[in-house]
Write a protein that binds this ligand. Structure first.
Ligand SMILES: Nc1ncnc2c1ncn2[C@@H]1O[C@H](COP(=O)(O)OP(=O)(O)OP(=O)(O)O)[C@@H](O)[C@H]1O
Ligand SMILES: O=P(O)(O)O[C@@H]1O[C@H]([C@H](O)CO)[C@@H](O)[C@H](O)[C@@H]1O
Length: 160
């Protein structure tokens, strides 16, 4: 097993694994289906807000419920997690099967909770929970106009 795969953990291991990370711990979550420059810039910036970065990744079933499309995710959860674990910015990757990352946040209790600038940190459940226990939230502005959906549209228009 390559060393980076040691950064992948189960939900059951999460609380103990987070305790081993340098603080302040930053946590973010998402689908990260076809990894692009926007994602990696965002993850590097999230990591710089603290001393370690935990990444919670939607399971395939929870991606289906988000309604991104019948064929999504393109990449299975284990594969998305492994690609993300290989990034230097990422310290720990955990899957979550819920509609939001609220329960994951409650288990990990990060010092800082981060999402992209497309979210209102004060209205999403994860943001509200972290603020309620005295943690911090941050939204990172998009630096590159990229998305998995746009990449798929481009691939489909060139193949038809
Ligand atoms: N271009 C970008 N710049 C900065 N952050 C981004 C960018 N795209 C996505 N993010 C952030 O990365 C996280 C994961 O995003 P997600 O996987 O939904 O990206 P996406 O490529 O826009 O996906 P999709 O097109 O499937 O909706 C989210 O927190 C989101 O805010
Ligand atoms: O990759 P996405 O679509 O940005 O990730 C979603 O983020 C949602 C957000 O945290 C608001 O609750 C979350 O609920 C959803 O499960 C995806 O992780």
């Amino acid at each position: 097993m390559p060393k980076f795969e040691q950064k992948m953990c189960s939900r059951e291991e999460l609380s103990e694994r987070v305790k081993l990370l340098p603080k302040p711990v930053v946590l973010t979550n998402g689908v990260f289906d076809l990894l692009h420059r926007g994602h990696v810039t965002y993850l590097a910036q999230a990591r710089e807000l603290g001393a370690s970065l935990v990444l919670a990744v939607n399971t395939d079933a929870s991606v289906k419920r988000l309604g991104k499309g019948d064929d999504r995710p393109i990449n299975a959860c284990e594969d998305r997690m492994a690609v993300l674990a290989a990034l230097a910015a990422v310290d720990l990757v955990v899957p979550f099967d819920d509609d939001t990352a609220l329960q994951t946040v409650e288990i990990a209790r990060p010092d800082i909770y981060v999402k992209g600038g497309d979210y209102d940190m004060h209205s999403i459940p994860e943001g509200k929970a972290v603020l309620a226990y005295g943690g911090r939230v941050a939204a990172i502005e998009f630096e590159h106009d990229r998305s998995t959906t746009k990449t798929l549209l481009k691939m489909r228009s060139t193949s038809s």
